[in-house]
Design a protein around this ligand. Structure first.
Ligand code: ZN
Length: 379
């Protein structure tokens, strides 16, 4: 009996470890099945919860069926095999860290995408985490790819390598400008079934403002950049099935005005913050980043880190974060999949850890000293 129990546990563990690729494969399979409007593409949140309940068990069930019948690992080469040579994932000299932009780095701001339909409860407001069914231990790792005007931010390649190596899904909140100044990396991320791209504004503007025209431009031009990256990914990599059409938005610096928040929801963006602050922009070392995550994490957590070179020790901390979370029984999902697995926990305003704690960034923006640099735990 003990052997049988161990065998069963082994099967369950194997399934959980493979779940990201299984759901990715199920998603790819489902993409072949005609569905009204691809279900999640720019659609209203009105009856979303019904769709979500219908979709996730189906994906998991398909994954279970497929797991028994195919060689999942080889079928789900990550990203699809043949799109890039291994050397294409290697870091170029100086690529990891942010630098000052030159005239050669100029990119044009694309046209604004059409707004999505308004986000309604329970997704309206600011999502900080997800309430999951009892006993389900899942978290979402998120990495910001912030890029301000006047700089070309970094591509912290070891972070992507670590996620791929460990088969861990993640969500990248990318500046539209970052995507345009890193076209190959944008394609590689968009082509990867492990990775979801969210929206982090065009050029990391402080949107604690009431200029709703600017808020909409920052959001909707970046939606175009995200869509363009997915199109380019599929053009290069026809087997790619870019992850999720949900529109997820993260306000730069973790700050927003009420009007800006309402405007983001009004143009179809689910606003995603976090409940676990890694603190990785501060030079605190890998051990402290790991400790910060493990102290705050709970089922349904959304963890914020950086993959644009602003994280001083993120690349060293990440393998340990993954190892310790797995040892504590956690699995990983993209933000969209996490949302689909439970109920969003929302608040009515933006903040880093406590209401009002973004005031320092708002004062800087008001004084037009808004930082190109990312001091402290800047987001
Ligand atoms: Zn940011």
């Amino acid at each position: 009996m003990r052997q049988l129990g161990a065998a069963k546990r082994g099967v369950i563990v194997t399934f959980v470890m493979k779940l990201p690729r299984l759901t990715a494969f199920a998603r790819a399979s489902l993409a072949l099945v005609p569905r009204p409007g691809r279900l999640f593409q720019d659609t209203s949140m009105v009856d979303r919860s019904v769709r979500v309940r219908a979709r996730f068990p189906l994906a998991a069930a398909l994954g279970v069926m497929l797991a028994g019948s195919i060689g999942v690992g080889s079928a789900l080469a990550d990203p699809p095999a043949g799109c890039w040579a291994p050397a294409d994932y290697s870091l170029a000299p100086g690529e990891r860290t942010p630098r000052r932009a030159t005239a050669a780095d100029h990119v044009s701001v694309p046209n604004a995408a059409a707004p999505g339909l308004p986000v309604l409860p329970p997704y309206a407001g600011v999502v900080r985490r997800v309430k999951l069914p009892d006993g389900v231990k899942l978290v979402a790792l998120t990495f910001d790819l912030c890029e301000t005007g006047g700089q070309v931010a970094g591509y912290d390649g070891p972070i992507f390598d670590a996620l791929r190596r460990a088969n861990v899904p993640a969500t990248f909140f990318a500046g539209g400008k970052w995507l345009e100044t890193h076209p190959t990396r944008a394609k590689q991320i968009a082509a990867d079934p492990l990775f979801q791209i969210g929206n982090h504004s065009w050029d990391h503007a402080n949107l604690h403002i009431d200029d709703l025209g600017k808020v909409r431009r920052e959001i909707l031009t970046t939606e175009t950049a995200i869509a363009d990256a997915k199109v380019a990914a599929v053009a290069q990599c026809p087997a790619a099935t870019p992850v999720s059409h949900d529109r997820l938005f993260r306000f730069p610096y973790g700050t927003c005005s009420q009007a800006a928040l309402d405007s983001a929801n009004a143009v179809g963006e689910i606003v995603i913050q976090w409940d676990v602050v890694s603190g990785d922009p501060a030079d605190i070392g890998a051990a402290a980043i790991v400790a910060n995550v493990m102290r705050q994490v709970k089922p349904g957590s959304i963890i914020v880190m950086h993959a644009n070179g602003n994280g001083k020790h993120t690349r060293e901390a990440l393998p340990l974060v993954i190892e310790k979370l797995r040892a504590a029984g956690y699995g990983f999902m993209t933000v969209s999949d996490l949302l689909h697995a439970g109920t969003p926990v929302t608040v009515p305003s933006c903040y880093i850890e406590h209401p009002g704690d973004t005031a320092v960034y708002d004062r800087k923006a008001a004084q037009k000293t808004s930082a190109v640099s990312h001091p402290g735990n800047a987001l």
